[in-house]
Design a protein around this ligand. Structure first.
Ligand code: SAM
Ligand code: SF4
Length: 324
């Protein structure tokens, strides 16, 4: 567990409730600049399988959804896409999927090994919960980082949203990942029904307690074919406040301007860069699969990955930041 956090639960709540948050944004931006500089890291996101055995109440990939056409990319397709992302200029590949046991730790490990042999890509896995020995195997095969959001720090809310898991099990995974030497990424959704400002303060303290090297915070967006279809979407302003406070708690962390935040309204991504974020992920998932990886409804760009990256690099430079 980390040192005493820079802000208490009460201070975090008070800050989240501020009428005028602009001084905190300015401070978070300053801390970001001093701690991690002006670089914005562009990460390639490859969604290699939309098959999932879990039934998280909010997610469009949940097992109970029968409307989804499921896909699994072959190991060859995954490696080829990784090579294409590398050629397009990416230095990190995020391999994400539902919890899909078809990809055994051995198979996933072979894929990671092959990509590491053929490129100098850093590999981030985001494939859900696994036993510690599987995380250890994947680390030994070359996986550098792992993303596993804790989703919500309220145990009762966690239980209500996750019929297949507990908050304790999720946190156990995060602690295992950290101990195994992964750069460890946590995070949570903002605006889940039943969440309070108290919960958000605990969410932020959970990131600090691991302590996370990366943290993704995104607004909850209701998917029409899930039990949470009628819930209101999370607020982008509140999400940005959480990003800023995460920067104050974890000055050196990599904090993505999450995809969900970009979806809510155009221009939000540039905003989020000025309040503490220093990472952005771009989908390199082949077009034929991209539409089927629908966590929440979102417009999708069909631009080629080279052009897509170039456009984003320009946008980042226009903000006075350095794409990498
Ligand atoms: N299966 C892995 C897992 O759960 O960690 C990785 C894939 S999962 C689709 C990635 C993230 O999507 C989750 O951690 C969750 O925070 C986010 N997500 C799922 N449904 C969402 C929704 N309706 N709104 C916002 N984020 C959502
Ligand atoms: Fe599966 Fe992850 Fe979606 Fe939960 S959030 S249903 S584990 S893909």
């Amino acid at each position: 567990m980390g040192n005493k956090p820079a802000l208490s639960a009460q201070e975090l709540e008070d800050l989240l409730n501020l009428e005028d948050f602009s001084p905190v944004y300015r401070r978070a931006n300053q801390v970001r600049q001093e701690a991690v500089g002006d670089t914005v890291h562009l990460r390639a996101l490859l969604e290699f399988s939309n098959v999932c055995r879990r039934n998280c109440a909010y997610c469009g990939l949940r097992a109970a959804r029968t409307q989804v056409e499921r896909y699994r990319m072959t190991p060859e397709e995954i490696v080829d896409t990784a090579l294409a992302a590398h050629r397009a200029g990416y230095r990190t590949l995020v391999m994400q999927s539902g919890e899909d046991p078809w990809y055994t730790p051995e198979l996933l490990g072979q894929i990671v090994r092959e990509i590491k042999e053929k490129t100098d890509l850093a590999i981030t896995l985001s494939c859900g919960e696994m036993p510690r020995e599987d995380y250890a195997h994947l680390r030994a095969c070359g996986a550098d980082r792992y993303l596993l959001k804790h989703e919500t720090a309220d145990p009762a809310l966690y239980a209500a949203l996750h019929p297949d898991g507990t908050l304790e099990a999720r946190l156990r995974c995060l602690r295992d990942l950290k101990e195994l030497g992964y750069e460890t990424g946590g995070g949570f959704m903002v605006g889940l029904p039943g969440q309070t400002v108290k919960t958000l303060a605990q969410d932020l303290l959970t990131l600090a307690a691991i302590p996370c090297d990366m943290a993704g915070m995104g607004p909850f967006l209701p998917h029409p074919d899930t039990p949470l279809r009628d819930a209101a979407p999370g607020s982008t302003e509140r999400t940005k406040r959480c990003v800023a406070l995460a920067r104050l708690l974890l000055p050196k962390a990599n904090l993505p301007a999450t995809t969900a935040l970009g979806v809510r309204s155009a221009g939000e991504k540039s905003d989020v860069f000025s309040c503490g974020a220093n990472v952005v992920m771009l989908k390199v998932t082949p077009t034929r699969y991209k539409r089927k990886y629908e966590i929440y409804p979102a417009p999708l760009a069909d631009t080629h990955i080279v052009e897509q990256r170039r456009t984003l690099e320009e946008q980042v430079r226009a903000l006075g930041r350095v794409p990498c």
